[in-house]
Design a protein around this ligand. Structure first.
Ligand code: SF4
Length: 165
C-alpha cells in the first residue's frame, strides 16, 4: 500500500508586530542585541564577552603550553565533566532569551559563562583564577544567574592528567 504523506502547509511570514496569530512564523532580529540593519544583530558584545573569559585551555606549566612535549590524557569521567558544554555553537539564542542580558549590558551572559565553565571543568586547564578575576570585574559575577552558578564554578580538586612521554 502506498503511503501518501501530507505536507504541512508552508508557514506564512508574520510581521514582528503581529503577535496575536499562532499559525504564522515571526521573522525578526535576534532580541537583546543592537540592530546593524534589517535582521542583522550586532553580536560583537557577545563575542567580546566570550573572548574576555579566555575560552581556551590555560596551562599552569606555561612552557608546556607553548612547547608541548606530549599528549594529555583524560579519563571518561574527566571528559564528561565538560563535554556537554563544548557543544555550544555560539548562536547567541540564550542571550536573546535572557532577561538579565536585556537589562544589563555589562552582564557576561549565559554563553560566556557556560564557556567559562567548560574550561574550568576541564582537567587539563588551570585558568580558573584568571577567569574568576575577569568575572570579578564585571557585573556578571553579581547577577542572580551567576550567583546560582557559583557552586558549580567553585574550584575543583586539582588533578593533573597523566601525560604521555
Ligand atoms: S549555550 Fe547559548 S550560544 Fe551556546 S548553543 Fe546554547 S543557546 Fe546557543
Amino acid at each position: 500500500m502506498r503511503h501518501v504523506h501530507q505536507r504541512a502547509p508552508a508557514p506564512r511570514l508574520q510581521h514582528a508586530g503581529d503577535r496575536t496569530r499562532t499559525d504564522l512564523v515571526t521573522v525578526a532580529p535576534l532580541p537583546n542585541f543592537a540592530i546593524i540593519r534589517d535582521l542583522v544583530p550586532d553580536l560583537r558584545p557577545l563575542f567580546d564577552k566570550h573572548a574576555a573569559l579566555m575560552p581556551h585551555i590555560i596551562r599552569d606549566d606555561v612552557q608546556e603550553m607553548y612547547e608541548p612535549t606530549g599528549e594529555y590524557f583524560q579519563t571518561r569521567h574527566e571528559l564528561e565533566q565538560f563535554l556537554q558544554f563544548s557543544y555550544c555553537i555560539k548562536c547567541g539564542c540564550c542571550g536573546a532569551a535572557c532577561p538579565t542580558v536585556a537589562t544589563d549590558p555589562e552582564y557576561s551572559g549565559p554563553m560566556a559563562l557556560a564557556q567559562s565553565h567548560r574550561y574550568n571543568a576541564d582537567s587539563r586547564d588551570g585558568g580558573f583564577s584568571a577567569r574568576r578575576q575577569v568575572l570579578a570585574t564585571e557585573k556578571g559575577r553579581g547577577s542572580a544567574t551567576t550567583r546560582a552558578n557559583v557552586p558549580r564554578l567553585a574550584p575543583r580538586a586539582s588533578t593533573r592528567p597523566a601525560r604521555s612521554s
